[in-house]
Ligand binder design. Structure first.
Ligand code: PMP
Length: 435
């Protein structure tokens, strides 16, 4: 009708947005964070009242679930990308493709940081992780590929596929700080040594081979074009460095050095090795303890020096190829990032699924604290350590992510019932009492 036509004509001539005259934006630098990456790190340290009262210790949790990407992995994603940019392996806003194999958190963190810097992400993950992680990745515009079978004992599988996909993409580099051999630990920016894989990748074009051969840093003509980058969190030293330079110093500052122990689980090992090393350097008598879920071999590595199949050692029917409700920690191979922590990890605690589940429900009930599975696992180990050290000690651990990443498994009572895992809060009281 005529009136609608007039109205539309009016809207066309005077778009809503133009009615407001543009004003210069004044930003108070001390109050306003620039971009989402500015929100990463500097997380608060929380005294968990219920557990502190029950044990007579200060049980403190570093609130990593408050990072913008929702987990401790934001720090690692940012550092891996920053280091790659510094080394000339990635160029902001180039649309380059970052590849990673992950159980989810690192993928979400990479996808978040990548979006803010103008990169794409391809994430390879097991198909048995909680579905909300995949959904989040898709919302962030990541390309997601899921593989099976998946289990904590077989992380190499999806990591290898991520590497393969990265190399298929072409013009692909690996992080220069990848700890493929010990000598590289002291790496200063040097060209990425061509590996067998990279030679295969570079067959695509001689120009690209040249570009790869000089490490990517000086290939000006190709510099702006999209390229592949395999983030390689398990072996990439930037992971350890994110915690050595960030998490560790923050905890030291926040506790004023009044800290007796640090507890963390290990997926890649970056958190425990980087944070633990910094704290131990500041205070050599500090205890660094690993929290390890069922089915992982790291507990044995720390306790007995060998990483054999826990099934054989403990003589019980330990699961081997089935999924676990604790996500993100536990592994049956020695990653380079975990290896860096071997000299400073003093002890390890085995945590069962039932203990982690009980802890998570207990914390909601008493503290209003809604945490993910690895955080719960860490706190079970922290309680064991508190009992061992005795009253009056300060123990810091990591609250890696929130419960809202875990609706479909760890926080799904039906799922737990089917898996035969009890929800029994008295388990926490038993832990506190040392039963
Ligand atoms: N918790 C969660 C939820 C994780 O995703 C991870 C990383 N896989 C960890 C803990 C373990 O951290 P790291 O890789 O530094 O050992």
């Amino acid at each position: 009708s005529a009136s609608v036509g007039l109205y539309l004509e009016h809207r066309r001539r005077e778009p809503l947005l133009r009615r407001v005259p543009p004003r210069p934006i004044e930003i108070r630098k001390d109050e306003v964070v620039r971009g989402i990456t500015g929100l990463i790190g500097n997380t608060p340290l929380l005294r968990i009242e219920s557990l502190s009262e029950a044990t007579g210790c200060n049980i403190l949790g570093k609130c990593e679930f408050l990072n913008p990407g929702g987990s401790v992995k934001d720090r690692v994603a940012l550092k891996m990308i920053e280091d790659a940019e510094e080394q000339g392996l990635l160029h902001p806003n180039s649309g380059s493709m970052i590849f990673e194999g992950t159980v989810g958190s690192t993928g979400i963190s990479l996808a978040t940081v990548a979006r803010a810097r103008g990169y794409e992400t391809t994430i390879i993950m097991p198909d048995d992780v909680s579905t909300e992680k995949r959904q989040t990745l898709l919302c962030l515009g990541a390309h997601v590929e899921q593989v099976r079978p998946a289990s904590i004992v077989d992380q190499k599988q999806f990591v290898n596929l991520a590497r393969q996909r990265a190399l298929e993409f072409g013009r692909t580099t690996l992080p220069q700080k990848s700890l493929t051999d010990a000598a590289e630990a002291a790496a200063k920016p040097t060209p990425t040594p061509p590996t067998e894989d990279m030679v295969v990748a570079s067959q695509a074009s001689p120009t690209e081979a040249l570009h790869q051969a000089d490490g990517g840093a000086r290939g000006l003509a190709l510099e702006e074009a999209p390229r592949g980058f395999f983030a390689d969190q398990f072996e990439n030293r930037s992971n350890h460095d994110a915690h050595y330079l960030g998490t560790g110093p923050e905890i030291w500052r926040q506790t004023n050095g009044v800290i007796d122990a640090f507890v963390a689980g290990a997926g890649t090992g970056g958190t425990i090795s980087g944070t633990g090393q910094y704290l131990k350097e500041m205070k050599p008598e500090l205890v660094v303890a690993l929290a390890d879920p069922e089915g992982s071999g790291l507990y044995n590595k720390i306790r007995y020096g060998v990483m054999f199949d826990p099934k054989e050692k403990e003589g019980s029917k330990r699961r081997h190829q089935v999924d676990t409700v604790v996500e993100g920690i536990g592994i049956n191979r020695l990653t380079k990032n975990f290896e860096l922590g071997l000299p400073i990890i003093d002890t390890a605690y085995r945590v069962t699924d039932a203990e982690a589940v009980a802890m998570s429900r207990y914390l909601v009930k008493h503290d209003g604290l809604f945490l993910g599975s690895s955080s719960a696992c860490n706190l079970v180990a922290a309680i064991r350590l508190a009992r061992k050290l005795g009253k009056g000690h300060t123990i810091v651990t990591i609250l890696c992510d929130s419960g809202n990443r875990h609706y479909s498994k760890f926080w799904n009572d039906e799922y737990l019932k089917k898996a035969g895992i009890p929800i029994d809060l008295s388990i926490v009281a038993d832990l506190v009492d040392g039963r």
